[in-house]
Design a protein around this ligand. Structure first.
Ligand code: ADE
Ligand code: ZN
Length: 344
């Protein structure tokens, strides 16, 4: 039977698990906020900004990304950024999002922690009420900064434990192994936070082992370099530890030279709990639907694989069991007619 996979992908209920809210800052909004906040940008036009988005690796992206985030100053800016992202997700039929924010990117330039969290939370709460989009908020520590700075940030987060469920680890991977943050993650887990970490994006498989064994993470963000370690592949499969893979990001940051060479399909076929996500969509050329569409097309994914990716994403959420079951039912109900063959 012939299915129109593009149409199915556009309409299917979706879940986003790897999204940096600062990475949704579109150049148009960057300019508007720069103007209203009196921030000088090193660009003269939106086109010039987009032209600058040519990256040779993770660090070359991060340099531009942190510079762009300087326009975010007031609670309203964080609200507007998050609201604009969620409006797009409503248009793409995204039902649940788990969003990273990097407080140190902001506190490091004098923007208070509560300014950041209040703005983001208000938008998440509105999206839940207006559109039924559920969410979780993940505080991510910048691994290029010290463990002490991460610990200070954790202490600031304690007042917001009702709003922040999870802590993560991002930024420059090379030279900043997960074990550097052992103490911080131990303290975070003691306070009841779930833990995740970026690992195996550019860094070696050993960083994935460290994230699992030392930081006791529940998910690995990226993790594509697990492919180099067969014992690790077996472990990830056996314990169904989710990988939040971001295909367009991986190509933009040259982890893979071409989407057709991405290992997502292979990891999926090995039985790993692989999911598709968007990372920093304003910088990498596409939100979650675009990541699904381009990956399906480049790798020739079939309907069964799309269904598996969708079910994996629900299983990988940090929703409570009742919410998880309801979302899985919604996903399965959507796909049922296509699988049983009653819709062409
Ligand atoms: N921060 C934002 N995007 C990131 C990525 N892809 N890797 C590490 N840190 C990030
Ligand atoms: Zn990321």
């Amino acid at each position: 039977m012939v299915h129109n996979l593009e149409s199915i992908i556009r309409r299917m209920p979706k879940v986003e698990l790897h999204l940096h809210i600062e990475g949704t800052l579109e150049p148009e909004m960057m300019f508007a906020m720069a103007t209203r906040n009196g921030v000088k940008l090193p660009y003269h036009s939106v086109d010039e900004v987009r032209a600058a988005y040519q990256f040779s690796d993770l660090q070359s992206f991060l340099d531009i990304y942190y510079a762009g985030a300087a326009v975010l100053q007031k609670e309203q800016d964080f609200y507007d950024l998050t609201r604009a992202y969620l409006q797009k997700m409503q248009d793409e039929n995204v039902r649940h999002v788990e969003i990273f924010f990097d407080p140190q990117t902001h506190t490091g330039r004098g923007v208070e922690f509560d300014v950041v969290v209040n703005g983001i939370h208000r938008a998440l709460e509105e999206a839940r009420r207006e559109w039924g989009i559920s969410s979780r908020l993940i505080l991510s520590f910048l691994r290029h900064l010290s463990a002490e700075s991460a610990m200070n940030t954790l202490h600031q987060a304690l007042l917001f434990k009702n709003w922040i469920t999870t802590v993560g680890l991002d930024s420059s991977e090379d030279g900043h192994p997960p074990e550097k943050f052992l103490e911080v993650f131990n303290a975070a887990r003691k306070e009841g936070f779930i833990t995740v970490a970026h690992a195996g994006e550019e860094g070696p498989p050993d960083y994935i082992w460290q994230a699992l064994n030392h930081l006791q993470v529940s998910r690995i963000d990226h993790g594509v370099r697990a492919m180099e370690d067969s014992a690790l592949l077996e472990h990830l499969g056996k314990f169904q530890i989710p990988l939040t893979v971001c295909p367009l990001s991986n190509v933009k940051l040259r982890v893979f030279n071409d989407l057709r060479n991405h290992n997502l399909g292979t990891l999926l076929d090995k039985g790993l709990c692989v999911t598709i996500n968007s990372d920093d969509p304003a910088y990498f050329g596409g939100y979650i639907t675009e990541n699904f569409l381009q990956t399906q097309s480049a790798l020739g994914l079939n309907l069964k694989q799309i269904v598996r990716l969708s079910q994996n994403a629900v299983q990988a959420t940090f929703l409570d069991p009742i919410e998880k079951t309801a979302l899985l039912d919604e996903v399965n109900c959507f796909f049922d007619p296509y699988i049983s063959g009653s819709v062409h």
